[in-house]
Design a protein around this ligand. Sequence first.
Ligand code: GUN
Length: 280
Amino acid sequence: MQIINGQAVAAYIKQQAKKECEVLSEAGKTPGLAVIIVGEDPASLVYVKNKITACKEVGINSFCYKLPADTDESTISDLIEKFNNDQNVDGILVQLPLPKTLNERSILSKIDVGKDVDGFSAEQMGKLLLGEGCLSSCTPSGVIQLLKYYNIPIAGKKAVIVGRSNTVGKPMALMLLSEDATVTICHSRTQNLSEITKTADILVVAIGKGKFIKRDMIKEGAVVIDVGMNRIDGKLCGDVDFDAVSEKCSFITPVPGGVGPMTVAMLINNTVQSAKTRMN
Ligand code: GUN
């Protein structure tokens, strides 16, 4: 069994982005990322801090706006509009989840498609569905990068995704399909879940339930990718019961240090690519 080192792969991707960033900056185009966070969700505050730190490491200018939880939609839309028209901003990110009082889809739809570095807009999602090049969602594209970095074959393999969110499950399925995997999506209403997960050569889990995937739910030699980030008794853990499962698989991502750093690295990469496109 090999533990996939997301921290190391993310560091490599950020290093590449840094080189590209230097070239852009010398040509007078320092990439810029605008981040909007609404409310005080503790996990979101940590994620945003990590994203801003990564921008600094790589040489991307970041503009972070922390808004109170009771901010109305028009205030956020106005801010997005300002960033849409700002030449110094190449990427706009609205950290999710937003407070329940706000309409997430409506707010995300205000972001200029060319600056949608999260790939959450209907247009980017549509392009992903059609297999056209686009700025694609950071977490699932980070998973694909991890599989490729470790030379894990995808084509022809049976990939099972547990979770059907717009941010991970659905784009993950489309990306694995683009790589010629045979893809199954499972979710909270799936019957006989473990019968399906046991068929997976590649199992991607993104359901937000700590240590949900147990040893008897996977096939011997499976590649297990854990997108979860939960706390049990104050301790960080993924959606996979790592200790129980790890000896049975060929590769597994740890939590922390697996998929999480890749989300940040792909955001950085998308921001640099967006700046490059804007410069041309
Ligand atoms: N919340 C959890 N993951 C993400 C992400 O990748 N992007 C944004 N904007 N919010 C998130």
